[in-house]
Write a protein that binds this ligand. Structure first.
Ligand SMILES: Nc1ncnc2c1ncn2[C@@H]1O[C@H](COP(=O)(O)OP(=O)(O)OP(=O)(O)O)[C@@H](O)[C@H]1O
Ligand SMILES: [Mg+2]
Length: 320
C-alpha cells in the first residue's frame, strides 16, 4: 500500500485544488506500487489518472526534477517517418509500434499492452537516434534523451538513484525516452573488468524496465551490442538491427537529400560504387557538402562529379 506520507500529500493536493500536483502524486503512488510488484494496481491507478486527464484537456508537460538537468535533453522533433530510408522489414516494425501505440486502448481492453520497450542495435549513423525522433514526431510526444554515458561517469555512486528518478518521470510524463549509448549501462555483468557499481546499476535498470507499466516509449540505442548483457534482450518488446544502406537504399537516400539539386542523367553506377560502405549519415553529409559547392558556385544543380568527390572524401575519412 501507498505510504502514509503519500496518502496525506494526495489529500492535501486535493483540497488545495492543485490538479496537476494531484495527478503527479497519484502517478508516484502508481510507480511506488509497481516497485512493490503490485503491477495490476499500478496499472489501474494509471488508467484512472489517464482517463481523468483526457477529460481535463491537453497534455501538460511536467518539468524534469532540477537534479536531472544536464542528464536529460528534451526536444519536440519534426522528422517524419517518410524521411527515413530503411529496409522494408524495419519500416514494417516501426509501423507496427506506431499502430499499436495509437490503438493502445483497444489492446488494453483485452488485457494487452502496446509494444513500447525497444532496443536499437547497429553501426553509427544508420538511424537509431533518428528513429527515436521519428517515433516522437509520429506519436506527437516529446523526446527526452537520457545521456547514459554522463549518467554513469558523472554520478558514479548515485547512478541507480538517478535511474529511479528517471523511471519515475517515465511513469509520470508520457513521452519517448531514449537511453542513448546504452551500452554504458548495458554492459555484460560477467565482464571481468566490470566494477561492482556497474553491476548494481545494470541490475537496477533491469528491474526498473521490467516493472515499468507506463505508456511511454522506452528506446535504448547502442552500436556496441557485444557489450550488452544477454539478460537485457528479453526485457524489450522489440530488438531492431540497423545496417549500412544497400545500393537501393543509397540511391533513395541520395535522391531524397539532393531533391531538386539533382542534375538529370546522373552516373548512378559510379555513385553507388563510391558510396558503398558509407553510413546513411555519411552519405547525407556528402550530399549536403555537394549542394553547398553548387550553391556557392551559383548553380542550381549538383553535378555527378561533385557528388563523387564528396563521397570520396567521406570514404577517405572512413578508412583513416
Ligand atoms: N536510415 C536513415 N535514413 C535517412 N537518413 C538517415 C538515416 N540514418 C541516419 N540518417 C541521417 O544521419 C543523421 C545521423 O543519424 P543518427 O543520429 O540517427 O545515427 P545513429 O544510428 O544514432 O548513430 P550513432 O550510433 O553514432 O549514435 C540523421 O540525423 C539523418 O540525417
Ligand atoms: Mg545515435
Amino acid at each position: 500500500m501507498a505510504t502514509a506520507e503519500q496518502i496525506k500529500s494526495l489529500i492535501r493536493s486535493h483540497y488545495s485544488d492543485d490538479l496537476e500536483r494531484f495527478y503527479t502524486l497519484a502517478l508516484q503512488v502508481a510507480s511506488y506500487e509497481a516497485r512493490q510488484g503490485h503491477t495490476a494496481l499500478a496499472l489501474d491507478i494509471r488508467n484512472i489518472v489517464d482517463a481523468e486527464r483526457k477529460k481535463a484537456g491537453p497534455r501538460v508537460v511536467i518539468p524534469f526534477p532540477r537534479d536531472l538537468k544536464g542528464l536529460v535533453l528534451t526536444e519536440e522533433p519534426s522528422v517524419p517517418l517518410a524521411a527515413m530510408v530503411m529496409p522494408t522489414e524495419i519500416c514494417g516494425r516501426l509501423d507496427r509500434i506506431i499502430h499499436e501505440y495509437r490503438q493502445q486502448n483497444k489492446l488494453k481492453s483485452h488485457g494487452l499492452q502496446h509494444r513500447r520497450k525497444l532496443l536499437l542495435i547497429g553501426a553509427p549513423g544508420t538511424g537509431k537516434t533518428m528513429t527515436a525522433r521519428v517515433l516522437a514526431k509520429e506519436l506527437h510526444l516529446p523526446l527526452h534523451t537520457i545521456q547514459v554515458d554522463r549518467l554513469v561517469t558523472k554520478f558514479m555512486g548515485e547512478t541507480s538513484a538517478k535511474l529511479r528518478q528517471i523511471f519515475d518521470m517515465i511513469q509520470q510524463e508520457h513521452a519517448v525516452y531514449l537511453f542513448d549509448e546504452f551500452d554504458a549501462i548495458g554492459g555484460d555483468r560477467s565482464n571481468d573488468n566490470d566494477v561492482g557499481e556497474m553491476r548494481r546499476v545494470l541490475n537496477a535498470f533491469l528491474q526498473f524496465i521490467e516493472q515499468d507499466t507506463s505508456d511511454s516509449l522506452i528506446v535504448a540505442a547502442t552500436n556496441n551490442p557485444k557489450l550488452l548483457d544477454k539478460a537485457l534482450y528479453r526485457r524489450f518488446d522489440d530488438v531492431l538491427y540497423y545496417e549500412l544502406p544497400d545500393s537501393k537504399q543509397r540511391k533513395t537516400l541520395i535522391a531524397n537529400v539532393l531533391a531538386l539539386f539533382q542534375s538529370p542523367g546522373f552516373a548512378w553506377k559510379k555513385i553507388l560504387q563510391q558510396s558503398e560502405g558509407l553510413s546513411h549519415a555519411e552519405i547525407d553529409i556528402a550530399c549536403r557538402d555537394a549542394i553547398k559547392v553548387a550553391i556557392l558556385a551559383d548553380r542550381s544543380n549538383v553535378s555527378g562529379d561533385e557528388l563523387l568527390q564528396s563521397l570520396k572524401e567521406k570514404q577517405n575519412t572512413h578508412t583513416k
